[in-house]
Write a protein that binds this ligand. Structure first.
Ligand SMILES: *Cc1c(COP(=O)(O)O)cnc(C)c1O
Length: 376
């Protein structure tokens, strides 16, 4: 059996061990330390977002964003349906009510029309949504101009889930730096990793300082431990941040390589009419975290994304269906949804291909051979 090709494995830069060792030598094993601050500064410089707090996960970052906006019991939060559950779960942690919004064909992200329709429906019932969580799916920037206009028109803050989008830009500005707050993830499968981790970004210092306060057990200033609020243990450890420092040194190369993977897949699969890709509209520059293909059932003669997935699996190649929308998840059964079925179609026909930044050309050729054979 040929070696397994994974969807998006961690990719070391080479300096990880050195920076961990340096941290251990000065005994900065404790959660707080200079590595964490240095990592935050690197993220701030790269994203152009003035304030950053490094956290234990992207999920923690979304939870803190909701806390910083005082989302609480019974509040409505509008959320992109086509996403990872980690994006919607924190709404429920806060006992708020998620309302799921469909995607648009153009970017696969939140549909501005469905978003506005949902806001009008909420307002008609006398309940103004407290926040919007929208995603830059697989690194593709959402239609920020349209979405920000809607946020402004109805005065609702935007939380940009850029967990998959470090290294993605919209009109040359980094994804995650447009909304009230932005979220990053450094889970093992993301474009860079700290083994586990995340970050919350904002140009509003108060929101980040308040999030930092909550993320370190909400300790008030006093010689003893004094608390006026419920806190969380969501800080990134200094050891994880040390890995992040090494990973951030190569972020530009990692983005280049993922974009190369996408271009190469597109070229190799160009002669299969049933296959299309997630397009990069004007003003969008995706990090191409994952390359996803769409199978057109009208042209594929019965070859579904599941047929291809199983054929790849037989050759020891990992691939995965596009995210199953939240409004179709059993755990969110009964929650409201606005849209026309785009996300459902993307789920049914979409497949994410191996996209790691350390894939070789031979690896990608192995993948495309199996796909081509499926159609022969
Ligand atoms: C990975 C991911 C998250 C969660 O990040 P973790 O660091 O794994 O908690 C949230 N949203 C999206 C869209 C993601 O892909």
């Amino acid at each position: 059996m040929k070696p397994r090709i994974f969807l998006s494995p961690p990719h070391k830069s080479g300096n990880e061990l050195l920076y961990i060792q340096q941290a251990l030598e000065v005994n900065w094993i404790a959660p707080a330390g200079p590595g964490t601050a240095a990592f935050e500064n690197m993220l701030s410089a790269y994203t152009g977002c003035k304030h950053v707090v490094a956290l234990s996960s992207g999920t923690a970052a979304i939870h803190l964003a909701l806390l910083a906006l005082h989302v609480a019991d019974g509040d409505i939060v509008l959320c992109q349906s086509l996403t990872f559950a980690a994006c919607a779960n924190p709404i429920v942690y806060q006992k708020a009510i998620p309302v799921f919004i469909d995607s648009e064909e153009k970017t696969w992200n939140i549909c501005p029309d469905a978003l506005e329709e949902s806001i009008k429906a909420c307002l008609a019932r006398g309940q103004k949504p407290k926040a919007i969580i929208a995603v830059h799916l697989y690194g593709m920037p959402m239609q920020l101009t349209e979405i920000l206009k809607i946020c402004e028109r109805y005065d609702i803050p935007l939380i940009e889930d850029a967990a998959e989008a470090l290294g993605s830009f919209y009109k040359n500005q980094h994804a995650g730096s447009f909304g009230r707050m932005g979220v990053l993830s450094f889970n093992g499968n993301k474009i860079i990793t700290t083994s586990a981790g995340g970050a919350l970004l904002s140009n509003d210092e108060k929101l980040i300082e308040y999030s930092r306060f909550l993320s370190t057990q909400a300790k008030n200033v006093a010689p003893h431990y004094e608390h006026t609020e419920i806190g969380y243990n969501y800080r990134m450890s200094n050891i994880c941040a040390s890995i992040g420092l090494a990973q951030m040194e190569v972020i530009v190369k990692r983005v280049e390589r993922r974009r190369f993977n996408f271009d190469y897949y597109k070229k190799m699969l160009a002669d299969i009419p049933a296959i299309t890709f997630q397009n990069e509209p004007l003003h969008c520059r995706s990090n191409r975290w994952l390359t996803a293909i769409l199978i057109d059932p009208k042209l594929s003669e019965g070859i579904t994304r599941e047929v291809i997935r199983l054929n790849l699996e037989k050759e020891n190649i990992e691939s995965r269906p596009v995210w199953k929308p939240m409004h179709l998840q059993p755990v969110f059964h009964g929650e409201k949804f606005f849209g026309a079925g785009v996300s459902e179609r993307l789920f049914e026909n979409g497949l994410c291909l191996p996209s790691g930044s350390d894939l070789s050309l031979e690896d990608i050729n192995r993948v495309t051979e199996v796909i081509k054979k499926s159609f022969r």
